[in-house]
Design a protein around this ligand. Structure first.
Ligand code: G6P
Ligand code: ZN
Length: 543
């Protein structure tokens, strides 16, 4: 097939955010848009000549067409091989695993994660490096720089690969290997967890509902939970990936996974509920009548990880993103292991994992993972919970109440103000930033400010510094409010306010979070002056 060099012009706004480039699908479909970005990725990693890449996505609308373009461009740029999930499907953690297992040079993941899919919704593309993790800031900056100076891209004309046909084919000299998306991932899970023990749990009548939200984890959950582990058929719901996620919003939180929440709080609730997002890296955990916040989940998994075979000798250390609650810090302290605080974005965990400084890490945004891959991993978190429940024989509610009794409870909630005018949102943060040095010791809504700063991170492995990573205000008595702008939105700005309150008194461990957080919330509203700056009163989403 003829290789073509196509002339193009740089396109504005191709700057990758927290997790790759995310735009409206219609933007990605504009002439040259996808091609410019793919060529910039290739150029930003010093070309793909002779390299092997893993390619796959969450099955959203445009996934298959975009994969065809990427394969033809990889071939034209001299790549030796692309490993592609059958049907174009690969969950994000499965891509990470394949890159590592096959010693590939990197991978391209087509997903906008938990954002809705479809012609009028969102699409995304992200590059992961040879360690299986999201590109570092340095690589991301190089890719972005290329998008601003690109003048041409290379593509092979006219070839269409059958993505459903397992096995090896070729585009010119480049091999294309279509692989089963689940098998390598399942093999990895079998090395981490005690599948026999979990099988016994299900055989003993333990019931579960896993909501795949019409997204990528459906095939994985069917094969692992219902297949290998013997959960009853019907345990997995919404288990067939659909290009628009059944018209839904594949974000596993109490708002978007409301059907699962209703089930778990209803009269016929199973023992355990879980959900995952569009590309399978996020998770939600809910027991019978007991939602577990992602921050608490990270802390509980840290406290109990030794119950699963891979972690039986303990953890090297743990890490959490800055806005994630400090519950895990208390566990790390009691275990005598290090706890790192990183900026939002999984990429910041990569160096710590590679250097063996941490074994587990997690974020308030429903991501938890370990050193088994270099992405957060939704099903892994679900399996670790199952392994723990199988070993302890206790219901989720008891695991949580024991945990809070031992470590105290960090009540936690996040307020999101979406599609705010970008200038107004930045102005609000800037006004707060200016006042930070004056805040310590002052009163706000009945609380005393203990410390106030803007978070900057010095990577202990490569020495790089990331500044401007969100504003932290701590209050006397264990309260904290964090303010930052989302890096994953596709419309205007999203302001996130993260609220936290530690409670250690035995009779105060079972309050409604809104109640426990009322003072911190009023202090946060007063300090940020959000309503005056943006005109917003109530958040669009509270999780
Ligand atoms: C993605 C990233 C996470 C991050 C989350 C929230 O899922 O992989 O690492 O925590 O987005 O980011 P945002 O910038 O929207 O708060
Ligand atoms: Zn995701």
């Amino acid at each position: 097939m003829p290789m073509q060099t196509v002339r193009t012009n740089a396109i504005d706004g191709q700057k990758p955010g927290t997790s790759g480039l995310r735009k409206k699908t219609a933007v990605f479909k504009r002439p040259h848009y996808l091609e410019n970005f793919v060529q910039s990725i290739f150029d930003g990693i010093d070309g793909v000549q002779g390299k092997t890449l893993v390619v796959g996505g969450d099955g959203r609308y445009f996934n298959d067409c975009a994969i065809q373009v990427i394969l033809r461009m990889a071939s034209a740029n001299g790549a030796a091989k692309c490993i592609v999930g059958q049907g174009g499907i690969l969950s994000t953690p499965a891509v990470s695993n394949l890159i590592r297992q096959r010693r590939a040079d990197g991978g391209l993941i087509l997903s906008a994660s938990h954002n809705p899919g479809g012609p009028n919704a969102d699409f995304g593309l992200k590059y992961n490096g040879p360690n299986g993790g999201p590109a570092t800031e340095t690589v991301t900056d190089r890719i972005y720089a290329r998008t601003q100076e690109i003048r041409s891209y290379k593509i092979t004309a006219g070839t269409e690969i059958d993505l459903n046909q397992l096995g090896v084919t070729k585009i010119d000299r480049m091999k294309v290997e279509i692989v089963d998306p689940v098998s390598d991932y399942m093999a990895l899970m079998e090395t981490i967890f005690d599948f026999d023990k979990i099988r016994e749990l299900f055989a003993g009548g333990f019931t579960m509902r896993f909501d795949a939200m019409h997204a990528v984890t459906g095939p994985y959950a069917h094969a692992i939970l219902e297949g290998a582990l013997g959960a009853t058929n019907g345990t997995v719901v919404n288990g067939t990936p659909s290009p628009d996620f059944g018209g839904g919003h594949p974000d596993p939180n109490p708002i978007w996974a409301k059907a699962l929440m209703d089930k778990m709080y209803g009269g016929d609730a199973p023992d355990f509920g879980a959900a995952s997002d569009g590309d399978g890296d996020r998770n939600m955990i809910v027991g019978r009548g007991m939602y577990v916040t992602p921050s608490d989940s990270l802390a509980v998994l840290t406290a109990n990880a030794h119950l699963a075979p891979r972690y039986k000798d303990g953890l090297a250390g743990v890490a959490r993103s800055m806005p994630t609650s400090r519950a895990v810090d208390r566990v790390a302290d009691s275990l005598g292991i290090a706890c790192f605080e990183t900026p939002t974005g999984w990429k910041f965990f990569g160096n710590l994992l590679d250097a063996g400084k941490v074994t587990l890490c997690g974020e308030e945004s429903a991501g938890t993972g370990s050193d088994h891959v270099r992405e957060k991993d939704g099903l892994w978190a679900v399996l670790l919970w199952l392994n723990i429940l199988a070993e302890t024989g206790q219901p989720v509610a008891k695991v949580m109440s024991d945990f809070w009794a031992k470590y105290g409870r960090c009540y936690y909630s996040r307020l999101d103000y979406e599609a705010v005018d970008s200038d107004k949102a930045s102005a609000m943060i800037e006004a707060l930033r200016v006042r930070l040095p004056l805040l310590a010791g002052t009163q706000a809504g009945g609380l005393t400010v203990e410390a106030a700063d803007e978070f900057a991170y010095d990577d202990p492995v490569d020495g790089s510094r990331s500044s401007g990573q969100g504003i932290r205000i701590t209050f006397a008595g264990g309260g904290r409010a964090v303010f930052r702008l989302s890096g994953t939105g596709t419309e205007g700005a999203t302001i996130r306010i993260y609220l936290e309150q530690l409670e250690t008194k035995a009779d105060k461990l079972d309050m409604k979070p809104e109640y426990a957080l009322a003072d911190v919330r009023s202090a946060a509203m007063l300090l940020s002056d959000l309503t005056a700056s943006t005109g917003r009163v109530d958040p669009d989403v509270v999780t």
